[in-house]
Design a protein around this ligand. Structure first.
Ligand SMILES: *[C@@H]1O[C@H](CO)[C@@H](O)[C@H](O)[C@H]1NC(C)=O
Ligand SMILES: *[C@@H]1O[C@H](CO)[C@@H](O)[C@H](O)[C@H]1NC(C)=O
Ligand SMILES: *[C@@H]1O[C@H](CO)[C@@H](O)[C@H](O)[C@H]1NC(C)=O
Length: 230
């Protein structure tokens, strides 16, 4: 009798990163939510170091782009969320950056985000230039309209205020924006900590830099799901 051969199994583990989903939802409490316009649809929260690449000090624009990409992915099937290096390669392929950009620690802003959304997903990004933080209030209606019609997350960059962030909602009655900050570099499993430390929070317009210009990229893709979650 031939002894049973132990089966040799090769298990290929794809290195899936587990990221938190829809981290802003706890900030939307029942009826309160009605006074705000927010992102519709699912997304993953990308932030510094979230995939093992230490991008502290330079990667925030890329991370916000990745968060936006994850939202797009939930809307249209397509390519995976690009890695930091793939984003840099795309910008070189488009002729926007020199070859030396790949592997560098150079920042990206809303214009690069718009180009990448076009490159990876064929989704145009509308650029909204706000000449100074003190006048963001003049654009709240437009932002509200964006969340009503498209429902996509917005990338926000600036000059004096060069910390890019995701804009996930607008509340005109409290004059505040729902901000998702990509500068968090901790673990991916602590949504309460994110809320406690303010990595996702409603920020009054007065907390933006009055003298900084801001460039916003508004992805022109309509969320499939028209109904908002209450
Ligand atoms: C929007 O602002 C109003 C006025 O401050 C407030 O009552 C409401 O709870 C806010 N909505 C959200 C979702 O925070
Ligand atoms: C970002 O802003 C900070 C504070 O205003 C400034 O010290 C720093 O040089 C800026 N970095 C870049 C790359 O513009
Ligand atoms: C659309 O959103 C509503 C409310 O959040 C949810 O109940 C429903 O399942 C969603 N539909 C789809 C197709 O995702």
């Amino acid at each position: 009798m031939i002894p049973k051969q132990p089966k040799l199994r090769i298990i290929v583990l794809s290195v899936a990163i587990m990221l938190l989903t829809n981290v802003h939802e706890n900030l939307l409490q029942n009826e309160k939510y009605k006074s705000a316009a927010v992102v519709r649809g699912n997304y993953q929260y990308y932030h510094y170091c979230c995939d093992g690449v230490d991008d502290r000090g330079w990667g925030c624009g890329y991370r916000t782009l990745q968060t936006v990409c994850s939202w797009i992915q939930h809307q249209i099937s397509g390519q995976d969320v690009p890695k930091l290096r793939e984003i840099q390669q795309a910008l070189v392929a488009m002729g926007d950056k020199p070859d030396s950009f790949v592997g560098s620690k150079q920042w990206i802003g809303s214009l690069e985000v718009a180009m990448c959304l076009d490159y990876f997903y064929d989704v145009p990004g509308k650029i909204l230039h706000i000449s100074n933080g003190a006048s963001i209030g003049d654009y709240l209606e437009q932002l509200e309209e964006h969340f009503h019609t498209n429902g996509s997350p917005i990338m926000m960059g600036g000059d004096d205020d060069n910390s890019s962030k995701g804009i996930f909602g607008v509340n005109r009655s409290s004059m505040s924006l729902l901000v998702l900050d990509p500068h968090y570099s901790g673990k991916n499993n602590q949504v309460n900590q994110l809320l406690k430390e303010g990595w996702v929070q409603w920020k009054p317009l007065t907390s933006f830099h009055g003298k900084s210009f801001y460039n916003l990229c508004l992805p022109q893709l309509q969320a499939k799901n028209k109904s908002q979650k209450v």
